[in-house]
Design a protein around this ligand. Structure first.
Ligand SMILES: [Zn+2]
Length: 147
């Protein structure tokens, strides 16, 4: 191998502050990054896939859901993860974007609330010891789903 880039990374093993399941949409990446900093989550296990929470709430198939659940299981096993942030976002292309809700942000957010709720229920059922927190990200910030 030939070295093409130099960067010093911390080599020590770590305990993850949280596992974070979110969409790979570049538009929300910085907001999530800043939010994690604000939450004091310095060492997240990032599970970044198209749709984020959708892969658990309404997966395209069993494989997709099982793959993500296995990633969560690995985070818990390898990095003693106790907290999980479950995220979906506005105008997500995997839902057909905001257009799928006729541009109605209220309808979109209601739908995502149901999706997040379904994802939370699944995670709590499979990983009872995991503290799961659902969040919706839009172009103004991050919203916590309450209740
Ligand atoms: Zn998305």
């Amino acid at each position: 191998m030939e070295k093409v880039f130099h960067f010093d990374s911390p080599p020590e093993p770590y305990v993850a502050d949280a596992a974070v399941l979110c969409c790979f949409d570049q538009r929300i990446r910085l907001a999530i990054h800043k939010f994690l900093q604000q939450q004091g989550i310095a060492r997240p296990d990032m599970i970044v896939v198209a749709g984020g929470a959708k892969t658990l709430a309404s997966p395209r198939n069993d494989f997709e859901r099982d793959f993500i659940l296995e990633q969560v299981r690995m985070s818990i096993r390898l990095h003693a993860t106790q907290r999980m942030l479950l995220m979906s976002h506005s105008d997500c292309a995997t839902y057909g974007g905001l257009a799928a809700f006729d541009g109605d942000r209220e309808r979109e957010s209601r739908h995502h609330k149901e999706e997040l709720q379904r994802g939370v229920e699944l995670l709590r059922q499979i990983f009872p010891g995991l503290a799961v927190e659902p969040y919706f990200v839009n172009f103004e910030g991050v919203w916590e789903l309450l209740g």
